[in-house]
Design a protein around this ligand. Structure first.
Ligand code: GDP
Ligand code: GDP
Length: 463
């Protein structure tokens, strides 16, 4: 059995488009299979290294108006029953319609797990609708564009832990062939099956850096003796891009960009692959460890990937490797910190750790830094606290009054985590200068202790 995801939502939000993207060439139509109605299409989906079954409920389009409601309800209930996860899609350009609310109710009652997605989110046009989607009360909406392939990494991020937990459950629940259960016992087992797949989520880490920075050495070091002896490739499928293990007592999934690169035979292919893998790893990761070589730190390529990680909203740790062969460590550290502040001001406050992947020195500090930034990245601040804070900020430094009308910032709330994102309800948001937004973001960073973490802040007008 594989994890099953049903794409549900009203006609024309883009379900089939996403289905086709996930399934690619290997589209399997199952019309003629017994028990499956024509309204449901099923296919094998690929997303990064994830494989799952996807069900498309797009068959509603040919419904006549008066039959639509009933069919929609039946179809959605059916999909919810078949699937482990319902990916509930709205059209970000239309915003939340009454029909969407109806769907939300059906799913709340029937689905085991719902992922909310605001599709057609490419460009600016979808932003309002995406924010509106919060009002459905189904958690944080993903921003997707099925047509343009945007937001696929975020979808992956949400699905991966669910897939992991599902897999772990499947293994646990694998029937023991030596034990014969009575029918009652078998039923009892099924009854006890948890409907929640969210527990046991591994922390996703990408180790990125230039060739020879020491990525493989670092990964082998944290994997430990056991894995080293069998070789990092043991038990890993060919197209796997990640390794899963416990780092100390933290379950992690580490993206091994170096391992993949080393499999490439041809030199030029190798370079291309290593850049592409680095980028992909950043998108799939929660925490990005930028590994520098102490002898040649902050090279162009290092700066590019660190900047990308910040722009993608990932938590970043800078690890300076090969510290074992540095003399004059104190002066060197001072220089490093100075270069870091000058060359990567956007990551101000992110941890910079010196390590030796070879000797293992600094591994515990690296682990702690990773956990710390991950924790901040996931932080949620209460609306009450935010609004008290906003009042203080407004008082300390009132917003400007362009042409005599003072811009009013009325209400603030955190709309997302990973990384933290906030919305402020505001009159005349387009008149608010960039410098004022910066003042607020910097204030948030300092007052809520979120150094080195990308923070998103949106101003939204009140209608
Ligand atoms: P379904 O009825 O929910 O399966 O929707 P379809 O997948 O058939 O898409 C409906 C329409 O929306 C089609 O014209 C698609 O090309 C368009 N569409 C789908 N996804 C996107 C998207 O991400 N952005 C935009 N702008 N249009 C999209
Ligand atoms: P990758 O290309 O980033 O995966 O780098 P490797 O892990 O293959 O390491 C490149 C070279 O640097 C190898 O010769 C390693 O032995 C060496 N190396 C890696 N880490 C350290 C370290 O902490 N100290 C020293 N002295 N050498 C290291």
């Amino acid at each position: 059995m594989t994890l099953t995801v049903a794409i549900v939502g009203r006609p024309n939000v883009g379900k089939s488009t996403l289905f086709n993207r996930l399934v690619g060439q290997k589209l399997a139509l199952v019309d003629d299979q017994p028990g499956v109605t024509r309204d449901l299409r099923e296919g094998e989906a690929r997303l990064g290294d994830l494989r799952f079954t996807v069900i498309d409920t797009a068959g509603l389009e040919d419904a006549t108006d008066d039959s639509l409601q009933g069919r929609m309800r039946r179809l959605t209930e059916r999909a919810a029953e078949m699937a482990d996860i319902c990916l509930f899609m709205i059209d970000a350009r239309d915003g939340v319609l009454a029909t969407d609310e109806l769907f939300a109710d059906i799913l709340r009652k029937n689905a085991k797990h719902v992922i909310l997605a605001a599709n057609k989110s490419e460009g600016k046009a979808g932003e309002e609708g995406w924010l509106e989607a919060y009002s459905l009360g189904l958690g944080e909406p993903l921003r997707l564009s099925g047509e343009h392939g945007e937001g696929m990494e975020d979808l992956y991020q949400v699905l991966m832990p669910l897939a992991d937990a599902y897999e772990a459950k499947e293994q646990e629940e694998m029937p023991d062939v030596d034990v014969e259960l009575t029918d009652e016992e078998a039923d009892a087992e099924v009854e006890g099956k948890s409907r929640d797949f969210t527990t046991g989520r591994p922390l996703q880490i990408a180790v990125v850096g230039r060739p020879n920075a020491g990525k493989s050495t670092l990964i082998n070091q944290v994997l430990g003796e056991e894995r080293l002896l069998t070789g990092p490739e043991a038990g890993i499928t060919r197209d796997a891009i990640s390794l899963r293990f416990d780092w100390g007592d933290t379950p992690v999934r580490m993206f091994d960009t170096a391992g993949m690169r080393k499999k490439a035979k041809v030199q030029e292919k190798l370079e291309k692959l290593s850049v592409a893998d680095g980028l992909r790893a950043v998108k799939f990761a929660e925490v990005v460890v930028v590994l520098l070589d102490a002898a040649i730190p902050f090279e162009q390529q290092d700066l590019r990937i660190a900047d990308l990680a910040e722009r993608e909203g990932r938590a970043v740790v800078i690890a300076v490797n090969k510290w074992d062969i540095e003399d004059e460590k104190q002066q060197k550290l001072k220089d490093l910190k100075e270069s870091f502040a000058r060359l990567l001001p956007q990551l101000k406050g992110a941890p910079l750790i010196t390590i030796s992947a070879k000797t293992g020195r600094g591994m515990e500090r690296l682990r702690e830094a990773v956990l710390r930034v991950h924790d901040i990245w996931n932080r949620r601040i209460s609306t009450a606290k935010l609004n008290r804070w906003l009042m203080d900020m407004l008082e300390a430094h009132p917003p400007p009054a362009p042409s005599g009308r003072r811009i009013k910032l009325r209400y603030m709330t955190q709309v997302r985590t990973r990384p933290p994102g906030f919305v402020i309800m505001c009159s005349l948001p387009e008149k608010l200068p960039e410098s004022y937004t910066r003042y607020l973001v910097n204030g948030l960073r300092v007052d809520f202790d979120m150094p080195g973490i990308p923070i998103r802040l949106w101003m939204r007008s009140q209608d």
